[in-house]
Design a protein around this ligand. Structure first.
Ligand code: SF4
Length: 243
Protein backbone atom coordinates (compact mmCIF):
# COMPACT_ATOMS: atom_id res chain seq x y z
CA UNK A 1 0.00 0.00 0.00
CA UNK A 2 1.31 3.45 -0.83
CA UNK A 3 0.79 6.92 0.60
CA UNK A 4 -1.24 8.80 -2.04
CA UNK A 5 0.33 12.15 -1.10
CA UNK A 6 3.86 10.80 -1.60
CA UNK A 7 2.76 9.21 -4.80
CA UNK A 8 1.27 12.50 -6.01
CA UNK A 9 4.60 14.22 -5.36
CA UNK A 10 6.60 11.54 -7.15
CA UNK A 11 4.31 11.36 -10.18
CA UNK A 12 4.17 15.16 -10.42
CA UNK A 13 7.97 15.16 -10.88
CA UNK A 14 7.49 13.00 -13.97
CA UNK A 15 4.52 14.69 -15.56
CA UNK A 16 5.56 18.34 -15.17
CA UNK A 17 8.34 20.58 -16.47
CA UNK A 18 8.00 24.05 -14.95
CA UNK A 19 4.36 24.91 -15.68
CA UNK A 20 4.03 22.36 -18.50
CA UNK A 21 2.08 19.13 -17.95
CA UNK A 22 1.81 15.88 -19.86
CA UNK A 23 -1.35 15.11 -21.87
CA UNK A 24 -2.01 12.17 -24.14
CA UNK A 25 -5.09 13.31 -26.05
CA UNK A 26 -7.44 16.21 -26.85
CA UNK A 27 -10.95 15.27 -27.97
CA UNK A 28 -14.67 16.01 -28.12
CA UNK A 29 -16.65 13.73 -25.76
CA UNK A 30 -20.38 13.05 -25.46
CA UNK A 31 -20.64 13.33 -21.65
CA UNK A 32 -22.43 16.31 -20.03
CA UNK A 33 -24.30 16.87 -23.29
CA UNK A 34 -20.99 17.40 -25.09
CA UNK A 35 -17.67 18.45 -23.57
CA UNK A 36 -14.22 19.40 -24.89
CA UNK A 37 -11.73 17.16 -23.12
CA UNK A 38 -7.98 17.20 -22.51
CA UNK A 39 -6.77 13.82 -21.23
CA UNK A 40 -3.87 14.32 -18.82
CA UNK A 41 -1.23 11.82 -17.66
CA UNK A 42 -0.54 10.86 -14.04
CA UNK A 43 -2.51 9.96 -10.92
CA UNK A 44 -1.96 9.43 -7.18
CA UNK A 45 -4.20 6.34 -7.03
CA UNK A 46 -4.23 3.02 -8.91
CA UNK A 47 -7.92 2.08 -9.15
CA UNK A 48 -8.42 -1.47 -10.37
CA UNK A 49 -11.32 -0.29 -12.53
CA UNK A 50 -9.45 2.64 -14.12
CA UNK A 51 -10.05 2.96 -17.87
CA UNK A 52 -6.81 4.88 -18.40
CA UNK A 53 -4.61 2.40 -16.57
CA UNK A 54 -1.73 2.50 -19.07
CA UNK A 55 -1.06 6.17 -18.39
CA UNK A 56 -1.61 5.79 -14.62
CA UNK A 57 0.89 2.94 -14.36
CA UNK A 58 3.52 4.31 -16.71
CA UNK A 59 3.43 8.12 -16.87
CA UNK A 60 6.97 8.18 -18.24
CA UNK A 61 5.94 6.41 -21.42
CA UNK A 62 2.86 8.36 -22.49
CA UNK A 63 1.93 11.88 -23.47
CA UNK A 64 3.66 15.12 -24.36
CA UNK A 65 4.22 18.29 -22.36
CA UNK A 66 1.83 21.19 -23.01
CA UNK A 67 1.82 24.74 -21.67
CA UNK A 68 -1.35 25.98 -19.90
CA UNK A 69 -2.02 28.44 -22.75
CA UNK A 70 -1.86 25.65 -25.31
CA UNK A 71 -4.24 23.43 -23.29
CA UNK A 72 -6.74 26.27 -22.84
CA UNK A 73 -6.54 27.15 -26.54
CA UNK A 74 -7.09 23.54 -27.68
CA UNK A 75 -10.05 23.09 -25.33
CA UNK A 76 -11.65 26.32 -26.51
CA UNK A 77 -11.11 25.40 -30.17
CA UNK A 78 -12.81 22.00 -29.77
CA UNK A 79 -15.68 23.53 -27.78
CA UNK A 80 -16.29 26.34 -30.31
CA UNK A 81 -16.12 23.94 -33.26
CA UNK A 82 -18.62 21.53 -31.65
CA UNK A 83 -20.72 24.30 -30.05
CA UNK A 84 -20.10 22.84 -26.58
CA UNK A 85 -20.49 24.94 -23.44
CA UNK A 86 -18.46 22.57 -21.25
CA UNK A 87 -14.74 21.81 -21.02
CA UNK A 88 -12.68 19.57 -18.74
CA UNK A 89 -9.39 17.88 -18.04
CA UNK A 90 -9.92 14.14 -17.69
CA UNK A 91 -7.99 10.93 -18.34
CA UNK A 92 -5.93 10.79 -15.14
CA UNK A 93 -5.93 13.20 -12.16
CA UNK A 94 -6.11 16.92 -13.10
CA UNK A 95 -5.15 18.27 -9.64
CA UNK A 96 -1.63 16.80 -9.64
CA UNK A 97 0.02 19.79 -11.33
CA UNK A 98 -1.55 22.56 -9.24
CA UNK A 99 0.10 25.62 -10.81
CA UNK A 100 -0.51 24.28 -14.29
CA UNK A 101 -4.20 23.64 -13.54
CA UNK A 102 -4.72 27.09 -12.01
CA UNK A 103 -3.16 28.70 -15.09
CA UNK A 104 -5.38 26.68 -17.44
CA UNK A 105 -8.42 27.77 -15.41
CA UNK A 106 -7.35 31.41 -15.68
CA UNK A 107 -7.00 31.10 -19.47
CA UNK A 108 -10.11 29.19 -20.55
CA UNK A 109 -13.01 31.34 -21.86
CA UNK A 110 -15.13 32.53 -18.95
CA UNK A 111 -18.35 31.78 -20.84
CA UNK A 112 -17.58 28.06 -20.73
CA UNK A 113 -18.11 25.83 -17.71
CA UNK A 114 -14.98 24.00 -16.58
CA UNK A 115 -15.88 20.68 -14.94
CA UNK A 116 -13.06 19.50 -12.69
CA UNK A 117 -13.29 15.75 -12.19
CA UNK A 118 -11.06 14.76 -9.30
CA UNK A 119 -10.43 12.01 -6.79
CA UNK A 120 -10.18 14.82 -4.21
CA UNK A 121 -7.02 13.55 -2.51
CA UNK A 122 -4.93 16.71 -2.90
CA UNK A 123 -7.83 19.09 -2.23
CA UNK A 124 -8.51 17.16 0.98
CA UNK A 125 -4.85 17.27 1.97
CA UNK A 126 -4.49 21.05 1.62
CA UNK A 127 -7.44 23.35 2.18
CA UNK A 128 -5.70 26.23 0.36
CA UNK A 129 -6.20 24.25 -2.87
CA UNK A 130 -9.98 24.71 -2.51
CA UNK A 131 -9.42 28.39 -1.72
CA UNK A 132 -7.37 28.77 -4.93
CA UNK A 133 -10.14 27.09 -6.93
CA UNK A 134 -12.77 29.41 -5.45
CA UNK A 135 -11.38 32.26 -7.60
CA UNK A 136 -12.96 30.73 -10.70
CA UNK A 137 -16.67 31.34 -11.05
CA UNK A 138 -17.05 29.15 -14.16
CA UNK A 139 -15.77 26.09 -12.25
CA UNK A 140 -17.73 23.05 -11.10
CA UNK A 141 -16.01 20.27 -9.16
CA UNK A 142 -17.06 16.63 -9.19
CA UNK A 143 -15.33 14.62 -6.48
CA UNK A 144 -15.31 10.96 -7.44
CA UNK A 145 -15.10 8.91 -4.23
CA UNK A 146 -13.48 5.49 -4.56
CA UNK A 147 -15.42 2.98 -2.46
CA UNK A 148 -17.65 3.74 0.51
CA UNK A 149 -15.21 3.31 3.41
CA UNK A 150 -11.49 3.01 4.22
CA UNK A 151 -11.30 -0.72 3.58
CA UNK A 152 -12.98 -0.54 0.18
CA UNK A 153 -10.93 2.51 -0.77
CA UNK A 154 -7.70 0.72 -0.04
CA UNK A 155 -8.75 -2.48 -1.81
CA UNK A 156 -9.82 -0.56 -4.92
CA UNK A 157 -7.00 1.97 -5.18
CA UNK A 158 -3.94 0.25 -3.66
CA UNK A 159 -3.47 3.30 -1.41
CA UNK A 160 -3.37 3.49 2.38
CA UNK A 161 -6.88 3.39 3.94
CA UNK A 162 -6.54 6.90 5.45
CA UNK A 163 -6.77 8.28 1.91
CA UNK A 164 -10.51 7.67 2.01
CA UNK A 165 -10.93 10.45 4.58
CA UNK A 166 -9.07 12.89 2.32
CA UNK A 167 -11.81 12.53 -0.28
CA UNK A 168 -14.46 13.50 2.27
CA UNK A 169 -12.22 16.28 3.53
CA UNK A 170 -12.02 17.60 -0.05
CA UNK A 171 -15.81 17.97 -0.08
CA UNK A 172 -15.62 19.80 3.23
CA UNK A 173 -12.85 22.13 2.04
CA UNK A 174 -14.65 22.89 -1.22
CA UNK A 175 -17.92 23.59 0.58
CA UNK A 176 -16.15 25.90 3.03
CA UNK A 177 -14.52 27.76 0.11
CA UNK A 178 -17.94 28.07 -1.62
CA UNK A 179 -16.87 26.13 -4.71
CA UNK A 180 -19.78 24.53 -6.58
CA UNK A 181 -19.29 20.82 -5.97
CA UNK A 182 -20.98 17.47 -5.90
CA UNK A 183 -19.83 13.99 -4.84
CA UNK A 184 -19.99 10.88 -6.99
CA UNK A 185 -19.30 7.37 -5.73
CA UNK A 186 -18.35 4.16 -7.51
CA UNK A 187 -20.80 1.62 -6.02
CA UNK A 188 -20.15 -1.47 -8.15
CA UNK A 189 -17.94 -2.99 -5.44
CA UNK A 190 -20.09 -1.99 -2.45
CA UNK A 191 -23.11 -3.33 -0.60
CA UNK A 192 -26.25 -1.13 -0.41
CA UNK A 193 -25.70 -0.85 3.38
CA UNK A 194 -22.23 0.57 2.85
CA UNK A 195 -23.56 3.05 0.28
CA UNK A 196 -26.21 4.16 2.79
CA UNK A 197 -23.57 4.58 5.49
CA UNK A 198 -21.51 6.77 3.16
CA UNK A 199 -24.57 8.83 2.27
CA UNK A 200 -25.06 9.54 5.99
CA UNK A 201 -21.45 10.70 6.29
CA UNK A 202 -21.90 12.99 3.29
CA UNK A 203 -25.07 14.54 4.75
CA UNK A 204 -23.08 15.44 7.85
CA UNK A 205 -20.77 17.51 5.63
CA UNK A 206 -23.59 19.12 3.65
CA UNK A 207 -27.26 18.23 3.32
CA UNK A 208 -27.06 18.73 -0.44
CA UNK A 209 -24.53 15.89 -0.67
CA UNK A 210 -27.34 13.40 0.05
CA UNK A 211 -27.89 13.66 -3.68
CA UNK A 212 -24.66 11.78 -4.35
CA UNK A 213 -24.15 10.73 -7.97
CA UNK A 214 -24.01 6.96 -8.32
CA UNK A 215 -21.20 5.69 -10.57
CA UNK A 216 -21.28 2.16 -11.91
CA UNK A 217 -18.62 0.10 -13.55
CA UNK A 218 -18.28 0.03 -17.32
CA UNK A 219 -15.87 -2.56 -18.65
CA UNK A 220 -13.87 -0.32 -21.00
CA UNK A 221 -10.73 -1.69 -22.65
CA UNK A 222 -8.84 -4.19 -20.50
CA UNK A 223 -10.74 -3.50 -17.26
CA UNK A 224 -12.49 -6.89 -17.25
CA UNK A 225 -9.23 -8.80 -17.75
CA UNK A 226 -7.63 -6.86 -14.92
CA UNK A 227 -10.56 -7.55 -12.58
CA UNK A 228 -10.41 -11.27 -13.38
CA UNK A 229 -6.95 -11.37 -11.84
CA UNK A 230 -8.29 -10.09 -8.49
CA UNK A 231 -10.65 -11.65 -5.96
CA UNK A 232 -13.03 -8.67 -5.86
CA UNK A 233 -16.70 -9.14 -6.67
CA UNK A 234 -18.52 -6.48 -8.63
CA UNK A 235 -21.54 -5.77 -10.76
CA UNK A 236 -21.46 -3.67 -13.91
CA UNK A 237 -23.87 -0.93 -14.98
CA UNK A 238 -25.38 -3.41 -17.50
CA UNK A 239 -26.03 -6.01 -14.80
CA UNK A 240 -27.76 -3.45 -12.59
CA UNK A 241 -30.00 -2.34 -15.46
CA UNK A 242 -30.98 -5.94 -16.24
CA UNK A 243 -32.24 -6.56 -12.68
S1 SF4 B 1 -8.43 8.22 -9.56
FE1 SF4 B 1 -9.25 8.12 -11.65
S2 SF4 B 1 -7.46 8.28 -13.00
FE2 SF4 B 1 -6.72 7.78 -10.95
S3 SF4 B 1 -6.52 5.57 -11.00
FE3 SF4 B 1 -8.53 6.07 -10.12
S4 SF4 B 1 -9.95 6.01 -11.86
FE4 SF4 B 1 -7.86 6.12 -12.72
Amino acid sequence: MFDPINKAENVTQIITRDDLRKYYRFRAARFYGGIATADCVGCCLQCIFCWSWREVMNPNAYGHYYAPRDVARRLALIARKKRFKNIRISGNEPTLAREHLLKVLAMVPSDMLFILETNGILIGHDRTYAEDLSRFKNLYVRVSIKGTNEEEFSGLTGAQPQGFGLQLKALENLRRAAVKTHPAVMVSFSTPDNVDALRKQLIQIDNDYSDVEIEELTLYGDVEKRLEKTSVTYRTADQTQRK
